[in-house]
Design a protein around this ligand. Structure first.
Ligand SMILES: Cc1cc2nc3c(=O)[nH]c(=O)nc-3n(C[C@H](O)[C@H](O)[C@H](O)COP(=O)(O)OP(=O)(O)OC[C@H]3O[C@@H](n4cnc5c(N)ncnc54)[C@H](O)[C@@H]3O)c2cc1C
Length: 423
């Protein structure tokens, strides 16, 4: 079958790879010069099923209100801006801020994340793909007794859903990650270790996977901007592009996969589909590690400051913050500063932090933090989008699921609650 994948982020590239494993004739369209150059470029690098707790939770509306007046808040949004997509998304988000919805959304997210982690591990075994991966788990650290208690309570829920975590004392955290020794002398209250989680460079992975896909015949058409999608009689008929040279062209296929990250809703709208995906801008810095012993090896989530730390070869990646401010890819230096400050405080001797590589990307966030996977009212259009904070974690599983659906196989996990029909 001829399949057109729209978008060569980590999600689209993984989809293309699994489709190629099934023997389809696959073409991937992307406006960038190479795969993985937008949101999949410099993310937090975690394969973190442990982060399955959705953003929408009973305490969040109150907390978000207080954060509205704090420029360096971990979550920044300005509901008074003229932004109908944000208001519509925000209302759906508020509806998900109940304990019952939290539980449902956590189970759905974890279902995809655990499956995806397994698919990634199997892929790595089959292909020996290398992307600065570290398979020593993810350590969540807590600096207040209250946060630690809350983390343990979430841990109990995650364990009941299939993700066991180890509860560690402050000394045990240092045994797992010696670079935290100086923090333990201060206010480190303890940690949770999710031993099966991992880290690795999403962009490197995407690049390497694209090479493996190309070796199986996948064609990556880079520098091609998609203009719109057209349909007739319940099927997508073609995708109109600029052809990469501005002259315009149309691309036809038997099946189409929409994997355009935060930009997916713009194109779904052409077809009368309302995808509740809104960009949640996040930031990262990447620094050279100058003193390896003082830099973390295990990937760390700092639960007090909502930031993650991952070691990628001789580099340290620090990522965090979220800003709901539209499809605006510009980088605000004020939002980078908290990342630098926190990195210097947690790992002061790891780097001089002189040469920083700041970056920002638009997480394709859904109001319930669950991705949108699978069929649409159009028989030959499939959605693989809305992965929010966990697109790297969920990419392989989501790609496998879409390949299964296109092949007419039943996916290996229960698909209920993962599709567009839930909205
Ligand atoms: C700061 C930050 C930290 C993060 N940390 C983590 C983490 O630790 N772990 C984790 O699992 N996830 C993390 N994420 C989330 C993860 O990066 C995203 O969910 C994931 O990259 C989304 O992948 P995607 O392929 O859907 O989107 P993208 O990577 O954005 O891919 C979409 C592609 O569509 C293309 N495109 C868009 N419009 C057009 C058009 N008109 N024509 C042609 N092409 C187009 C783009 O060029 C792009 O390549 C983080 C995100 C951020 C911002």
């Amino acid at each position: 079958m001829k399949v057109l994948v729209l978008g060569a982020g980590v999600v689209g590239t993984a989809t293309a790879y699994f489709l190629a494993e099934d023997g389809h004739q696959v073409t991937v369209l992307d406006r960038e010069p190479a795969p993985g150059l937008e949101t999949s470029f410099a993310n937090g690098a975690q394969i973190s099923a442990c982060h399955a707790k959705p953003w929408a939770a009973p305490h969040v509306p109150g907390q978000a209100f207080l954060w509205m007046f704090k420029p360096d808040a971990p979550l920044l949004f300005k509901p008074w801006r003229w932004d109908p997509p944000l208001w519509s998304w925000g209302l759906k988000f508020l509806r998900n801020c109940t304990s019952a919805r939290l539980h449902t959304n956590m189970e759905r997210t974890l279902r995809v994340a655990l499956y995806s982690r397994g698919v990634l591990k199997a892929l790595r075994q089959r292909t020996n793909i290398q992307y600065d991966q570290i398979t020593q788990g993810i350590l969540h650290i807590y600096r207040s007794a209250g946060e630690f208690a809350e983390g343990r309570a979430t841990g109990v829920q995650l364990a009941a859903m299939g993700l066991p975590q180890d509860v560690l004392t402050s000394a045990e955290c240092v045994a797992v990650e010696p670079a935290l020794a100086h923090v333990a002398k201060g206010d480190l209250k303890g940690g949770l270790l999710s031993p099966e989680d991992e880290s690795g460079d999403a962009q490197k992975f995407t690049t390497e996977l694209a090479k493996l896909a190309a070796a199986r015949g996948v064609v990556f058409r880079n520098n091609v901007t998609i203009k719109r999608i057209e349909a007739a009689r319940g099927r997508v008929t073609r995708v109109i592009t600029d052809n990469g040279d501005g002259r315009g062209a149309d691309e036809k296929a038997d099946a189409f996969v929409l994997a355009l990250g935060s930009y997916s809703p713009h194109f779904a709208r052409d077809l009368g589909l309302n995808l509740p995906v809104y960009p949640a801008k996040g930031y990262s810095i990447t620094v050279e590690i100058e003193n390896p012993a003082a830099a973390p090896t295990v990937s760390i989530t700092d639960e007090t400051n909502f930031m993650v730390f991952s070691r990628l070869g001789n580099k340290l990646r620090v990522a965090g913050t979220a800003e709901l401010a539209g499809w605006n890819p510009s980088l605000d230096p004020a939002r980078v500063e908290p990342l630098v400050r926190n990195a210097k405080s947690l790992f002061p001797a790891a780097s001089s932090y002189a040469a920083l590589h700041p970056w920002c990307g638009l997480r394709p966030a859904t109001p319930d933090s669950v991705p949108i996977l699978g069929a649409t009212p159009y028989a030959n259009l499939f959605l693989n989008t809305g992965h929010g904070t966990l697109g790297w974690t969920m990419a392989c599983g989501s790609g496998r699921i879409i390949a299964d659906l296109i092949a007419g196989r039943t996916p290996e996990i229960d698909m209920s609650g993962l599709g567009l029909d839930r909205f």
